[in-house]
Design a protein. Sequence first.
Lengths: 90, 90
Amino acid sequence: MLLRQAIGAVLRRIRLQQGRTLREVAGTARVSVPYLSEVERGRKEASSEILAAVCRALGVSLRALLDEASAELRYGPRVEVDVGRVLTTL
Amino acid sequence: MLLRQAIGAVLRRIRLQQGRTLREVAGTARVSVPYLSEVERGRKEASSEILAAVCRALGVSLRALLDEASAELRYGPRVEVDVGRVLTTL
């Protein structure tokens, strides 16, 4: 797994855990919705400045993001199942 | 501190701890010496593929790199002093 894939998966998970939309977070971070979507799917490399802006928009530190990405690399992608209206991470 | 600065500082520290030159690591990772130098100084964003290649060249996992970068963000840059022939991290 590449770094951008681990980071993208974590950004997406944090956003979903907060119950926020791509549009909302992209707007706060001042990036386009398609761009943030590509970053979340690990298809685009985000510059360090953009990563910082997305972290701020999500209210998480860059350090927390790295720690989560490290765990992502260790345990692999987590499966998220929509149980009723609650997103549960297995 | 931006992600590329934290990652660059860690890559440089690991390389120096191994007593290896920029030329040697760049050659193994198949990147140019000036490019690796810029990455180490946090001036250029390395793509995830290049980061993976540099990690392989250094014999460290991407996860270890992230963990060190997280510590770098927490404690800030470490001062390295050349005491005789031993590089000591303060």
